[in-house]
Design a protein around this ligand. Sequence first.
Ligand code: GAP
Length: 572
Amino acid sequence: MYDIYEEIIDLTRRRGFIWPTSECYGSVAGFIDYGPLGAMLKRRVEDLWRSFYVYQEGYYEIECPTIAQESVFIGSGHVKEFADKMVQCPHCKEFLRADHIAEAHKTPNAQTMSSEILARTLMSLPCPSCEKIFGPVEVFGFNLMFKTAIGPGTQRTGYLRPETAQGMFTDFQRLLRFYRDKLPFGAVQIGKAYRNEISPRQGMIRLREFNQAEAEIFVHPMQKNHPEFSRYRDYIVPLYSMNEQNNGLSPKKHTMDAAVKTNIIANEYVAYYIALTHELLTKLGIKEERMRFRQHLRDEMAHYASDCWDAEIYSDRFGWVETVGIADRTDYDLNAHAKESGKEFKVFVPFDVPKTKKQLKISADMGKLGPLFKVKAKLIADALKDAIPGETSTRVIVEGEEYEVPNSLFSMKEEIIELRGEEVVPHVIEPSYGIDRMIYAVLECSYYEDEVEGETRKVLRLPARIAPVQVAVLPLMNKEGLDSLASELNSRLRSNAIFSVYDDSGAIGRRYRRHDEIGTPFAVTLDFDTIKDKTVTIRERDSMKQVRVNIDELETLIPGLIHDKIQFESLL
Ligand code: GAP
């Protein structure tokens, strides 16, 4: 039976996009190699992401280690909380993800069920591995982080990072200085993340080592209006809100402005990055009808998040796949690291106009305090400055001990003080992209088969901007000077940062098919007219139409075509 997934996997292996890792030893589930074309495709997808987050948004990119010391993940909560629910099949002994099994059997809310209820649900279900009914089983938490030891011996525990985000939180103070102490600011990071997934059976969708592109945008907690919101105010996106999910309705299209005004989306920042993500995914070639933005349900949303949306892409094989998460994480992460590290994660925000405030000034009478509290008197006097006075006496805590100080031992005076600003813990808006899932979606959306001259033509209709090979340079024959003209053209294109490939092997039709299959958007053919009048043909992959141009025009035409500045149709 024809299976598009198998066709794509076959193509990606044969043509050097994606390979199973360390195949000669038997590959390991959850790990893949990007082959020559895959690595190039990945780099181009990341560069498109950069064109939005670094060039458009102006957020600088940083690079942190992929291993971090244990305290980082104690602070972030991953050591305690980052676990999936696991079950071991009593028959075949395979370890499996309990909620995924329940989900596959249409159990609602399996992801948020307690271990006890999941165990009860699994009792009557078959094991996906050996197909025997589970019967009584135990469901338990399995922490997904890979643990390691830093340095010789095992004195220092480290973990491979399960997300790139934490580096941006732990670098917060340095980033704040870099951005000259002003909110809002953002940092981005593209890199590897690691999760010891329990049973990764979905190819590139669930990996143990994968690639993330994340932005952490630090904003004033009371100012969640994006300064550039007008860019996406009227942008329309299909939203699958809590309301639609709870009432069995379909996603609805909204402008970002309407979605914020009607409180479907919590604030402009979240709406802005939903629209930006939609635009970015469209540029990657993901079709409108395969995209939706699903809001997390109340019991699915992290307790600290005030709003969270997943960009989901429809896969013929896997159904709706979460590919990007966009969340308002509030001040959770910065407070958590402040608590664990004992450092301050705050920003001083000056007021436009200084404010005044009435304040009670308490001054201790050391002559009376000294004889009563002896060595602690000075500390008690300091603590009194911030105390709230009682009716006759005032309580203060010094070095963990409580002291009751009679009000007769100090004087109180109301004074007016000037406030120049306030200290705030910023909130974090986080768009988090899974690069591998994006690449899989791109491959599935761009794969086509059509018929040319009675033969099936396999085509990857990749947007020109992300195609690994951008131009195929094809001399009609490798003689009579055509080959040297073609090699010269190839070098000229490459010296202009256009990745072209010289190919003179086989009939021209075969060469076109070879390049169609790897998504090369343009093929330049040199024939005998090229020798006479310096003209060549440019063939466009999808329409297979050809246009004749002067060879010297290619250095400007090709970049224009790749970056959508020139439409191929306009050349015809
Ligand atoms: N910092 C937030 C965060 O990491 P997440 O939803 O756990 O959020 C973000 O991950 C994205 O990373 C997901 O939307 C997905 O695209 C990708 N991702 C997560 N786990 C993955 C895995 N095991 N294999 C491949 N991609 C994964």
